[in-house]
Design a protein around this ligand. Structure first.
Ligand SMILES: CC(C)(COP(=O)(O)OP(=O)(O)OC[C@H]1O[C@@H](n2cnc3c(N)ncnc32)[C@H](O)[C@@H]1OP(=O)(O)O)[C@@H](O)C(=O)NCCC(=O)NCCS
Length: 219
């Protein structure tokens, strides 16, 4: 399948690299270009791939599927919802070095980066990022639009709410729940359930006093 990548920034380039690497390893999908709102990028090449135009012009360019290559969870959800309404088909980008149990499931539009590990019975939602070298252990449920950042470790039976960000190197102990759109700071250890929409940092993770509604746009 020819896959258009929405977003030519850092994460979009990671998605392009995953698709190119997978394609060289016999995968069926390959990237056919980026779409990006930055006019200055149009018709230029970014990491070996051309930026064709804006997301509004998606239908103009030959493709079979799309994938949103934007790191920020709220923005990624917004673009995903918009493309879903246009009845676009979503690919899954999976790096060949990721290790996925045959009994896990991954929904459309998700990106599994190099070295990620997904254990038995885990359920990965749509439009999720499992970033470099993270591990998602048995029977986890990862909500749509969530992001598990590089090196984060989730114990067994963890539930991550929609749109949550588990920061770089954070740990979530087995069986804990992290609420929707909550941000777990880099290096935190989640020892107790966290509610929706908080920012929690430290060991053990404690919620800061401000909310994440605008904060997610900054990470
Ligand atoms: C937690 C986080 C979201 C806070 O970001 P922020 O709103 O910009 O907050 P600030 O940097 O203003 O920090 C607020 C306070 O929390 C502390 N803090 C920030 N991040 C922290 C962390 N990861 N662990 C412990 N304390 C942290 C700051 O030192 C500051 O403390 P102070 O008030 O005593 O000075 C952010 O620091 C973070 O860890 N983001 C994760 C990023 C990530 O992993 N992204 C994935 C990219 S692939």
């Amino acid at each position: 399948m020819r896959v258009l990548i929405i977003g030519a920034g850092g994460h979009g380039q990671v998605v392009a690299d995953i698709l190119m690497t997978a394609s060289r390893n016999g995968g069926d999908d390959y990237p056919c270009g980026y779409l990006d709102h930055d006019e200055g990028l149009w018709n230029s090449a970014v990491s070996e791939l051309r930026v064709l135009g804006s997301v509004e012009e998606c239908a103009r360019f030959d493709h079979d599927a799309v994938i949103v290559g934007v790191g920020d969870n709220l923005t990624r959800r917004h673009l995903f919802d918009r493309l879903s309404r246009s009845l676009e088909r979503f690919a899954v980008a999976r790096h060949p070095s990721a290790v996925l149990s045959s009994s896990c499931s991954v929904r459309h539009g998700s990106v599994i980066c190099a070295g990620a590990i997904v254990n038995t019975g885990a359920s990965i939602g749509a439009n999720v990022i499992l970033n470099t070298g993270c591990s998602v252990d048995h029977h986890n449920v990862i909500g749509d639009h969530a992001h598990i950042a590089p090196g984060a470790r989730l114990g067994g039976d963890v539930k991550i709410g929609q749109g949550a960000l588990i920061g770089i190197g954070a740990i979530v102990l087995p069986g804990r729940r992290v609420g929707a759109w909550t941000v777990v700071g880099a290096g935190a250890v989640v020892t107790e359930d966290l509610p929706d929409g908080v920012v929690a940092v430290g060991v053990p993770a404690r919620a800061l006093t401000f909310k994440t509604a605008t904060l997610q746009g900054r990470h």
